[in-house]
Write a protein that binds this ligand. Structure first.
Ligand code: HGY
Ligand code: MN
Ligand code: MN
Length: 418
């Protein structure tokens, strides 16, 4: 008797609450790449995976993967999302998708599948600890750059140290890669992190594509000096330059349709109340569905930074930049998702994602699709992040239907005739 989706949804919501307690910080959710709380998450998730007839393992990129092996085909359906969080996060971003995956495994525990079912919890999507997102999914997609192993966190630990301290082998991170002929599809359930589904009054959406994203580390250098004796005129104040720049970032974002431009991190040096800031490092996050618009915005902002620095006899530098181009989701897998939603008497909304997801990287190698859940209030990367238990129940029903539909397409007799 298939387990009922509402009961499974109650368990998913309760487990999100339980995992929220696995945090680096007291009284708020912060869980960065392979920090100790991630071990607690792995322990609890592994128990729930085993109860769902999934065999858990951790790869050398720190991804937790629960597998239900199939006797027919040595191919797999990957379902999941990420287990890390931003600082002071909500309790659903990432983990909700992994727990819905475990619930699917539970719901269809008695149904045989012609392929493996892998429920995956990626180790690092947000990029908080080492300023590099998608470490876990990059390893699975064979896109991990060995140079990343030497990146350091604010305490001087390298990525390699973090992997080794977690009891894993950085030298074997390549083993985490899945081959393209092994993966039938990757599907990521995730909160929308926006208002569209709530405004449409619908529980589920199918993502058509994910915006391109540029992430830069910038620096304004001026001249530090005594706050009490240095005249106001003629100062080369790095924080004043950065402030002017931040206003320009915001106005470009507001003037350009569909552009999102954000400075989220600022660090002034020497950061003393009675010293004119000599140096300021700041982040810049720019996103757009059209890569040309995004790249043009970056060029405009870099020219603006140089102009502001020059006018203040300072120096503007780009310390680091990395980017992901806009990606489209796989049409066939998305179509099957849409059909499964209709079969469950729901109406899907097709929408674009302004937020980045592991699906950005997975889509480079594997047929990838995303299922968005309605996001009450649309607030994310914040403790007020919410999800509706009834929407989770609908998502579980729809994804069970999707897995059954995919299984029909991959039954051995179908596969031999196709
Ligand atoms: O920044 C993002 O869009 C994602 O939450 N990492
Ligand atoms: Mn996030
Ligand atoms: Mn996320």
């Amino acid at each position: 008797m298939p387990l009922n989706a509402s009961k499974l949804a109650d368990a998913v919501m309760a487990r999100c609450d339980e995992l929220a307690a696995c945090s680096e910080d007291e009284h708020r959710v912060t869980r960065r790449f392979l920090t100790p709380p991630m071990r607690e998450v792995h322990d609890r998730l592994s128990g729930w995976m085993k109860a769902a007839n999934l065999e858990p393992r951790v790869d050398n990129a720190g991804n937790l993967i629960g597998r239900r092996a199939s006797t027919h085909l040595d191919r797999t359906l990957l379902l999941g999302s990420h287990l890390d969080s931003v600082p002071n996060a909500g309790r659903y971003d990432g983990v909700l998708g992994v727990l819905i995956g475990v619930a699917i495994a539970e719901a269809i525990i008695d149904e045989s599948l012609p392929f493996h079912l892998d429920i995956i919890g990626f180790s690092e999507e947000e990029g908080e600890r080492f300023s590099m997102p998608y470490l876990g999914s990059s390893a699975v997609a064979g896109r991990f750059d060995q140079n990343w192993l030497a990146r350091t966190d604010r305490d001087g630990n390298t990525v390699s140290d973090a992997i080794r301290q977690f009891g894993l082998r950085p030298e074997d991170i390549g083993d985490a890669e899945f081959s393209t002929d092994h993966v039938i599809a990757y599907v990521e359930p995730h909160l929308e992190q926006g208002p569209m589904l709530e405004q449409a009054g619908l529980p589920l959406g199918v993502v058509t594509g994910i915006a391109g994203q540029s992430r830069l580390r910038l620096e304004f250098a001026g001249t530090a000096g005594h706050a009490g004796t240095t005249p106001m005129l003629g100062r080369s104040d790095a924080l004043l330059m950065a402030s002017e720049f931040i206003v320009e970032v915001s106005s470009l974002g507001r003037q350009t349709t569909g552009l999102r431009a954000t400075v989220g991190r600022v660090a002034a040096a020497p950061n003393a109340p009675n010293v004119i800031p000599g140096r300021v490092e700041l982040s810049l996050d720019v996103r757009h569905v059209d890569d040309l618009v995004r790249e043009r915005a970056i060029n405009d902002l870099l020219a603006t930074g140089n102009r502001i620095a020059k006018a203040a006899e300072g120096i503007f530098s780009v310390l680091e930049t990395n980017a992901n181009a806009a990606v489209s989701m796989d049409a066939d897998v998305s179509k099957l998702l849409i059909a499964s939603i209709h079969e469950c008497e729901q109406r899907p909304l097709e929408l674009f994602s302004g937020a980045g997801h592991d699906a950005v990287v997975m889509a480079e190698r594997f047929p990838t699709a995303m299922l968005f859940l309605r996001h009450p209030g649309g607030v994310s990367h914040h403790p007020d992040e919410r999800a509706e238990r009834d929407d989770v129940a609908v998502a579980i029903e729809v994804l069970c239907q999707f897995v059954r539909n995919l299984a029909k397409q991959h039954q051995p007799n179908q596969v031999s005739s196709s």
